[in-house]
Design a protein around this ligand. Structure first.
Ligand SMILES: NC(=O)c1ccc[n+]([C@@H]2O[C@H](COP(=O)([O-])OP(=O)(O)OC[C@H]3O[C@@H](n4cnc5c(N)ncnc54)[C@H](OP(=O)(O)O)[C@@H]3O)[C@@H](O)[C@H]2O)c1
Length: 247
């Protein structure tokens, strides 16, 4: 069993910072060429500088026309695509009763719809790869929900289910689709407000058997494993990366 990704090409959305950037760096360290996607060109260029073979493509993924352009740019430079990581996401905290339509549309458009259509656009290349890998970055909130994140958690639940559809429909094409569902990631920017609001030491850590929060490196390690040959028989799996919270 090997985790070497030598010769492979990966595309990571939302990789201009946070967990996505760590995933891009870890895939690159395992040997993959990586396309980094996000809206912030300066941050994207900084991440790409850290990669052996990297490409930044600026795109607002909620605009469908960007999807084919991202694929075209990747194929033009690297000639193939083997690994797609749908990581870009948005969040809005607050009671479901007060959920605004604008937030609903924005979150669903990125977390679910963009992941669907970018994957659809990538599938011909992933099938051509012979060992295509889709890894969706979801959330432990789909397994064990919590109050104040109805739109986000339900958008991620849709992503979990979508993961199974890709797995079922394209397993016979050599494609594997799995999701990684982290709990609070200590260095994941999206959780910063939650970490400020919650008493992590006294209210959260006692509920996590591993007695620590996840790190971006934890997420990237599991993504890299799922992207590699050692995970060839994992398909349609939702991986709770939660230190045992939901055990
Ligand atoms: N942090 C946590 O505790 C935690 C826990 C569970 C799951 N997760 C999941 O892990 C993933 C990364 O989280 P994070 O903490 O690293 O969050 P983050 O720093 O907010 O990262 C989100 C990324 O998405 C990109 N993005 C946002 N809107 C976009 C758009 N319209 N088009 C293209 N890219 C867009 C952002 O880049 P630009 O600004 O450059 O566009 C950014 O790189 C997300 O899927 C999140 O749901 C996080």
């Amino acid at each position: 069993m090997t985790t070497s990704l030598d010769g492979k090409v990966a595309l990571v959305t939302g990789a201009t910072g946070g967990i996505g950037a760590e995933i891009a760096r870890t895939l690159a360290a395992a040997g993959a060429a990586v396309t980094v996607v996000g809206r912030n060109a300066e941050a994207g260029a900084t991440v790409v500088k850290e990669l052996n073979r990297g490409l930044f493509v600026a795109a607002d993924l909620t605009r469908r026309e960007t999807h084919q352009s991202i694929l075209d740019a990747t194929l033009a430079l690297f000639g193939r695509l083997d690994i797609l990581v749908n990581n870009a996401a948005a969040h809005a905290a607050g009671p479901a009763l007060e959920g605004a339509e604008e937030d609903f549309d924005r979150i669903v458009a990125l977390n679910y719809k963009a992941a669907f259509f970018l994957t659809q656009a990538a599938l011909p290349s992933l099938i051509a790869s012979g060992a295509g890998r889709i890894v969706n970055i979801s959330s432990i909130g789909t397994v064990k929900s919590y109050a104040g994140a109805a739109i986000y958690n339900s958008s991620k639940a849709a992503l979990d289910n979508l993961t199974k559809s890709w797995a079922l429909e394209h397993g016979p094409d050599g494609v594997r689709a799995n999701a990684v569902n982290p709990g609070i990631v200590v260095d994941g920017p999206m959780s910063a407000p939650v970490q400020e609001f919650l008493d992590i030491e006294h209210a959260v850590l006692p509920t996590i058997p591993a007695r620590r929060l996840a790190t971006a490196a934890d997420v990237a390690a599991v993504v890299t494993f799922l992207a590699g040959p050692g995970a060839d028989y994992l398909n349609g799996v939702i991986v709770p990366l939660d230190g045992g919270l939901t055990a």
